[in-house]
Structures are given as structure tokens and as C-alpha cells.
Design a protein around this ligand. Structure first.
Ligand SMILES: *Cc1c(COP(=O)(O)O)cnc(C)c1O
Length: 377
């Protein structure tokens, strides 16, 4: 049973849930990276290993969101994201695993190799891929596709919001904090002073913040914004926090009410660079470091920007400080699956991602990787 339901059995009775991933995800100490930058006390939470076929942070959210779709008797789910969205891909993979269709409503983003990989993988999982070049066409397309699927199957597809960050999806990370607490109690790692993680649609960081409060951990959450700079990210953060807390209290009156104001959250916006999914030099360096020291692959859109923040802060940390980096990116190798797919089988609107160059820093990354492979061989 998942830790949240062990602690709050009423939530177990009332919340929709389907087991999809492999939990708890391991924690490890970043010995070599720590040694190479001269610090001790760096740990990694390996949500990159959260699933058999495809890992990353979306699996925890989907256990609740797809649980809801199954409970409600939906035939398919519909979700949204950039062309290379990890969330849209994770939804496609796990919807298929539980026998649901997946309709992915995708929008333009900067090109990178992972965009190609995710598109091919999504296609191989049977997701219906649609492409909309602007908000207006997305809006109309969503209406039409919903109508079409409702007529076809007799039921509207269940809508899963961007990044899976509804209060229900966010609950997956309330549970993740309780999971971390039991790993700390078991002595797998000391209580972290700070937890670094990338932040997009916020469910991951918000859920963790609520969960940490509920289980009495004092760790400070450091969410590193990866999408465009926001006017008041703290306001959106607080709204999702409040909505998730209310959802859990409504289903189980014994679930605590938490005041966000009493929690230490440090939202960081200075590592975004030029924008969402545009790689930055600091980030490329961070990826290279993690790869070389620990053999772990980070991605260019999310996790590397959070690691860049952690590395930046190293010089300012207190003696003996413990930092945990929450790895949110899938590390399961999908290359053999996507090797089977020819991009020309995808809707024509996506071909540009395969026929046009990827962004320059992604090419740098590919070159670095080839060099590293040669030296380790
Ligand atoms: C979606 C995603 C995130 C952001 O998580 P949110 O809950 O949307 O803030 C971080 N890292 C990776 C690799 C992701 O795919």
C-alpha cells in the first residue's frame, strides 16, 4: 500500500488510484559529483526510475489521474503539452498500459533530439497525436476532438491538464514526500536541508511541499522555474497548494490543514535562460558533469536547470548542509522502441521536427556525449 493510504486510510477508500510505477524510487548519494566539486552531503532521489517502460515525475501523478479515468469508465484521456512533452508521453505510455486511449494535443516548442524521441515513442504507444500552432486552433481543436471522441465511443475523453498538475495529480507528490520520510527514518539518507527540483506546472513542487509539512520534515523546497518567467509564481503555487490540501481534507477530515506561509519555499527564476525548452550553457555543463561523474542522463528542458541552480548555490552553502536533487526525468532507454518507428508515419505537421536542425546547444551536447563514450570505451 502507498504511504499516503497507510497514514490516511480514508483517502485510500475514497481517492481513485491505480498502481503504475515502481515505488519507492531509490535514493543514492552523489559521491563522485560531490568529490569533484569538493562537497559532501549531496543526494539524489531517483524518480527517473519510477516506471518499467518510462520513468520520470509524471508517473506518480498518473497513478491518481488514470485511476480517476478508470473509475469514471472513460475510454480515453486527452492531455496537452509541447510537441516533446514528457507528460504527454508518460500519459500515452500508461494510458495504454491500463487499456485507455490517449489523445495528445500538442503545440510548438524549440526543437531538440528529445522532442523527436518523445514524438516517436508517443506514436509507438498508440497515442493520437494532434498539432496546433496557436491558442485559437488548440481551443477549436480541443472542442472538435472531444465531440468526435464522444460521438465515437459514447463517452467524453477524460481531460488531464498540462503536466498532470490538478489537485488530484499533485496528490502523487504528497505521497512522494511520505515515501521520502520513510527512507529518512530507515537511515537511507539524512533529512535534507534543501530539496532542488525543476518546476513547470508546479504539481511536483507543490505536492512535495504539502507532503513534507504533513510528515513533519523541515526540508526547504527550492523549485527552479523552467518555463517563462512568471509575474507571481508564488500566487499560483499557493492556489494549487490550497486546492490540493482542500481536496485531501474533504476526503479525510483527519488530514491536516497546512498553512503554506509557515513553510520555507524558495522559488528560483534566474536559471530559465531565454525560455522554455531552450538549453543554456550552465545547464549543458551541469548535464556533462552528471553524466561524467555519475553516469546519469539529465534532460535539457527541466532537470539540468535545477542542477545548474544547485551547483550555483554550492559556494554559499552552510557547513554540513545536506542537499537532495530530485531527478524528475525519465532515464529508461527507449531507443530500441523508437528505432522501429519511421517519423514519416507521424502526422505531417510534426515532420519539421525531424527535418529541421535541433538547437545549437543540443548539438554540443550530442558531441560531448560521443566524446565521453569514446573515452570510457
Ligand atoms: C514535467 C516535468 C517537470 C515539471 O514538473 P511539474 O510538476 O510540471 O512542475 C520537471 N522535470 C521533468 C523532466 C518533467 O518532465
Amino acid at each position: 500500500m502507498i504511504p499516503l493510504f497507510e497514514h490516511y486510510p480514508e483517502l485510500g477508500d475514497k481517492l481513485p488510484y491505480v498502481s503504475l510505477g515502481q515505488f519507492p524510487t531509490p535514493v543514492s548519494k552523489l559521491e563522485r559529483l560531490g568529490a569533484s566539486i569538493g562537497v559532501d552531503g549531496l543526494y539524489l532521489k531517483r524518480d527517473d526510475l519510477s516506471g518499467q517502460l518510462y520513468g520520470g515525475n509524471k508517473v506518480r501523478k498518473l497513478e491518481f489521474l488514470l485511476g480517476e479515468a478508470l473509475r469514471d469508465g472513460s475510454k480515453a484521456v486527452m492531455t496537452f503539452g509541447g510537441a516533446g512533452s514528457n507528460h504527454a508521453l508518460a500519459t500515452a505510455v500508461y494510458a495504454r498500459q491500463v487499456g485507455l486511449g490517449c489523445i495528445s494535443m500538442l503545440t510548438p516548442q524549440p526543437n531538440a533530439r528529445y522532442v523527436r524521441h518523445n514524438l516517436l515513442m508517443g506514436y509507438s504507444q498508440g497515442a493520437e497525436l494532434h498539432y496546433y500552432r496557436n491558442k485559437r486552433s488548440l481551443f477549436i481543436g480541443t472542442f472538435c476532438q472531444r465531440l468526435w471522441h464522444t460521438l465515437k465511443s459514447g463517452r467524453p475523453p477524460q481531460i488531464i491538464p498540462v503536466g498532470g498538475s490538478s489537485p488530484l495529480g499533485t496528490t502523487g507528490f504528497v505521497n512522494a514526500a511520505l515515501e521520502l520520510k520513510s527512507q529518512i527514518s530507515a537511515g537511507e539518507l539524512p533529512e535534507p536541508d534543501k530539496i532542488y527540483l525543476p518546476m513547470g506546472s508546479m504539481g511536483t513542487a507543490v505536492g512535495l511541499t504539502l507532503g513534507l509539512a504533513v510528515c513533519g520534515l523541515k526540508s526547504k523546497i527550492v523549485p527552479v522555474v523552467v518555463s517563462k518567467k512568471q509575474e507571481s509564481p508564488a500566487k499560483r503555487f499557493a492556489e494549487l497548494f490550497e486546492a490540493t490540501n482542500s481536496l485531501l481534507c474533504a476526503h479525510d477530515p483527519s488530514f491536516p490543514r497546512v498553512r503554506l506561509a509557515e513553510r520555507d519555499v524558495e522559488i528560483r527564476q534566474e536559471f530559465i535562460g531565454p525560455g522554455y525548452a531552450i538549453f543554456t550553457p550552465e545547464a549543458v555543463e551541469a548535464i556533462g558533469r552528471m553524466r561524467q561523474d555519475e553516469g546519469i542522463e539529465l534532460d535539457g528542458t527541466y532537470s539540468h536547470k535545477a542542477l545548474a541552480a544547485l551547483l550555483h548555490d554550492i559556494g554559499h552553502r552552510q557547513e554540513g548542509e545536506v542537499s537532495l536533487f530530485w531527478d524528475t526525468y525519465n532515464s529508461k532507454d527507449i531507443s530500441s522502441i523508437i528505432a522501429e518507428v519511421d517519423y514519416r508515419a507521424l502526422p505531417k505537421a510534426f515532420h519539421g521536427y525531424f527535418e529541421e536542425e535541433v538547437q545549437p546547444l543540443d548539438r554540443t551536447l550530442a558531441t560531448l556525449r560521443r566524446k565521453l563514450c569514446k573515452t570510457t570505451l
